[in-house]
Design a protein around this ligand. Structure first.
Ligand SMILES: CC(C)(COP(=O)(O)OP(=O)(O)OC[C@H]1O[C@@H](n2cnc3c(N)ncnc32)[C@H](O)[C@@H]1O)[C@@H](O)C(=O)NCCC(=O)NCCS
Ligand SMILES: Nc1ncnc2c1ncn2[C@@H]1O[C@H](COP(=O)(O)OP(=O)(O)OP(=O)(O)O)[C@@H](O)[C@H]1O
Length: 197
């Protein structure tokens, strides 16, 4: 039977890095962030519904979604974030479920579901194994500020918009510690691969 492996963790914890390593050894990945980005392209349903809800101020001069602007709104105002989730989550859920169903028809031992809001949006209920990538808050903050070129308060606001790491760890079957270097991470992913095969 194909296992669905939920992969989650805080923002900039290293989920994409882990899912890339798993994809390289052949596991198919359902990537929630990628699904979101596709749904938010002009003409796609996410784009249309976001403009209906938030107006054209969330668009850039080319008429594309201004992700930075929407991010500023959503990560600094709980009501705006709720509205964003209300608009996007049903579309994200449908796409995730369709991709999982399609992949379950293939003979792979495991599918990776890489979803930052795995617990918040209850995708864990559809998973057979939960993997949480963990980093200390100081490391998370540094990596997030560097990767997304964010100020400290902006990065802190993004971290605060998610379930605390302790709550995620309490519900994990496997914890990957990503406080070390890439080799440390790769060794742990290799252990996980052994378990999944
Ligand atoms: C707010 C948006 C426009 C910011 O875009 P941006 O390109 O800056 O970030 P990106 O989409 O790459 O997301 C980066 C990370 O932010 C965090 N994040 C994204 N959305 C949310 C949210 N609604 N609540 C908490 N954290 C979130 C995640 O850790 C994610 O990996 C975008 O993230 C968005 O539309 N989010 C809503 C969709 C959603 O719920 N995504 C999670 C799927 S499980
Ligand atoms: N072990 C590591 N050592 C140093 N940098 C790392 C390590 N693991 C990940 N990074 C870096 O930290 C940043 C965050 O990693 P990544 O993008 O994989 O996180 P994520 O959990 O997928 O983030 P998001 O929630 O935003 O999707 C990236 O710039 C990545 O290159």
């Amino acid at each position: 039977m194909t296992q669905v492996v939920g992969l989650t963790g805080g923002i900039a914890s290293g989920k994409s890095t882990v899912s890339r390593l798993l994809s390289q050894v052949g596991f198919p990945v359902v990537d929630a962030d990628l699904i979101v980005h596709r749904l938010q392209q002009p003409g796609q349903p996410g784009f249309e519904r976001l403009v209906e809800r938030f107006g054209t101020t969330i668009l850039d001069p080319n008429g594309s979604l201004d992700r930075q602007r929407l991010g500023q709104l959503a990560f600094n105002d709980q009501t705006a974030r709720k509205q964003l989730n209300q608009v996007m989550q049903p579309l994200i859920r449908d796409t995730i479920m369709a991709q999982l169903a399609q992949l379950k028809d293939t003979a792979v031992p495991a599918i990776i579901l890489d979803a930052p809001l795995l617990f918040e949006q209850h995708y864990d209920e559809d998973c057979d194994l939960i993997v949480v990538v963990a980093v200390d808050e100081a490391t998370q903050l540094t990596r997030l500020m560097e990767r997304d070129d964010l100020s400290r308060p902006a990065a802190q606001a993004r971290i605060a918009a998610q379930l605390p790491l302790a709550a995620k760890l309490a519900r994990a079957d496997v914890v990957i510690d990503n406080n070390g270097d890439y080799n440390h991470l790769r060794r742990q992913v290799a252990q996980l691969v052994k378990r999944l095969n």
